[in-house]
Design a protein around this ligand. Structure first.
Ligand code: C5P
Length: 224
């Protein structure tokens, strides 16, 4: 299960990221590097994290097709094992991104469907997510970022091999913060999520490693 848990390194600096990496150690398989950290620390930090973990570069590229394809190529050259683009960029942009990703067999290319913080009603979010998942699959992407609430429907529509990456994970009495469509780690696994993205519930826990192990135990309980 640790290879299905991605911890979001939503911290300001490399020192914070590396401290967190050291605290979590081999309890988790993946770290997600997003906008804040990448803007501040760039490829060097990616290289440091890659020494011991897989990296999901979460920069949600959304631009004209040529620019996005070039950015995907740069991500591939960094050796990351997952990168994403925003499905809102349209079919042509997704196709260009997939074309660039093809040169990097180690890297999964994922489309963001609807942000889990988006306040659109659940029914509408599911419809938009499904439509964008189909578009991403047709364009040759490996999967989508979606909320747990849409994961089962996407798996059913696109097939079991089409990856679902789900943020918006909360458990116990944790604060939802800006997330809208949340689920706990057990529900995420039960609903067919391939990768769970967890940020603040682990980052802000008094003991991040304990919180990560708690999430892993809940994920495990589904199969056990
Ligand atoms: O702290 P929290 O667990 O809410 O963090 C979720 C992470 O997943 C953040 O890094 C956020 O940028 C990312 N994310 C998201 N919703 C998406 C795509 C990415 O919350 N649709």
């Amino acid at each position: 299960m640790k290879n299905r848990l991605m911890v979001a390194l939503d911290v300001p600096q490399a020192a914070d990221a590396l401290a967190l990496r050291d605290k979590l150690g081999d309890a988790v398989g993946w770290f997600k590097i997003g906008l804040r950290l990448f803007v501040a620390e760039g490829p060097q930090l990616v290289a440091s994290i890659r020494q011991q973990h897989r990296v999901f570069l979460d920069l949600k590229f959304h631009d004209i097709p040529n620019t996005v394809a070039q950015a995907v190529e740069s991500a591939g050259a960094l050796g990351v094992e997952m990168v994403n683009v925003h499905a809102g960029g349209g079919a042509q942009m997704l196709t260009a991104a997939a074309g660039a990703a093809a040169a990097f067999p180690q890297m999964k290319l994922i489309a963001v469907t609807v942000l889990t913080s988006d306040p659109m009603p659940a029914e509408q979010a599911r419809a938009v997510a499904l439509e964008r998942a189909h578009m991403a699959q047709d364009a040759g992407l490996h999967g989508v970022v979606c909320s747990v609430h849409e994961a089962a429907a996407i798996k059913q529509a696109c097939g079991g091999d089409f990856l679902t990456v789900t943020p918006g994970i909360r458990w116990g009495d944790q604060d939802l913060q800006d997330q809208q469509r949340v689920a706990d780690p057990a529900a995420a696994i039960a609903d067919g999520s391939d990768y769970l993205v967890v940020g603040r519930p682990i980052l802000q826990a008094p003991e991040p490693r304990v919180a990560a192990l708690e999430a892993l135990a809940m994920m495990d309980s589904v199969h056990g």
